[in-house]
Design a protein around this ligand. Structure first.
Ligand SMILES: Nc1ncnc2c1ncn2[C@@H]1O[C@H](COP(=O)(O)OP(=O)(O)OP(=O)(O)O)[C@@H](O)[C@H]1O
Length: 214
């Protein structure tokens, strides 16, 4: 069963504008990277927010492990988000006032794991992603490529079945973009996660297993 699928999906911002997605049905393949592409304004970022249960579809549904979850009550959606979904944003979106290690640990503490377990997993992930030496730095003291690796570590912290990444290479040079896609590719291929990346970047599209054009 696909960890993530949509059926008959459409979304309209309450402030108006066109309906997006036109009744889209799609199963996102586990163990693969799916690139969501398409012209600017077609709704790539919005789709990620709908898949991430942060926006509720106006028609159709999002299914996670086969269950329709997009119109579940807020608390249920927050719980599913914390347990099943990891997010990576274009600018890493790390809290500037906290250390890298604290930012990476936070989702695990929020999910109810002990400080000790969370610390151990956060250090292990940061080491695996090549940024272990930066654990005590603040986001302002590390490079953009390092910050994006930290953001991926944070997204992986709760071992999510699904990773949603919005233009994760948008601010990176080619070698850092390659590093981040290598990590996401490993998160998909060897760990059987479903990885969905909204992107314009031809390099990311080339490295993806499937392409969904909006
Ligand atoms: N908060 C919002 N309220 C109302 N309309 C919005 C909001 N956010 C986005 N939109 C509109 O919804 C449409 C889809 O926006 P979205 O950012 O998802 O597109 P995109 O394909 O990711 O674009 P880009 O490639 O430029 O990032 C656009 O027409 C946009 O103006």
């Amino acid at each position: 069963m696909s960890a993530l699928s949509v059926q008959g999906l459409a979304f309209t911002y309450t402030s108006g504008g066109d309906e997006l997605f036109d009744g889209l049905s799609h199963e996102f393949a586990p163990g693969k990277i799916t690139a969501v592409t398409g012209p600017s304004g077609r709704g790539k970022s919005t789709l990620l927010y709908v898949l991430g249960l942060m926006l509720t579809p106006s028609r159709g549904e999002v299914r996670i492990q086969g269950e329709a979850v997009s119109s579940a009550p807020d608390a249920a959606r927050s719980g599913i988000r914390a347990a099943m979904l990891g997010f990576v944003f274009q600018d890493a979106a790390l809290d500037p006032s906290r250390s890298v290690l604290d930012s990476v640990m936070e989702p695990s503490l929020y999910a109810g794991r002990t400080r000790r377990d969370s610390l151990e997993r956060a250090r292990q992930l940061l080491d695996e992603l090549g940024v272990g030496a930066r654990a005590d730095h603040r986001p302002g003291q590390i490079s953009g490529g390092q910050a994006q690796r930290v953001a991926v570590a944070r997204a992986l912290m709760n071992n999510p079945a699904v990773i949603l990444a919005d233009e994760p290479t948008g601010n990176l040079d080619p070698s850092n973009a390659e590093g981040v896609i290598d990590i996401l590719s490993k998160a998909a291929g060897s760990q059987q996660r479903t990885v969905v990346i909204a992107t314009h970047d031809p390099y990311v599209i080339r490295r993806s297993d499937e392409v969904l054009s909006l």
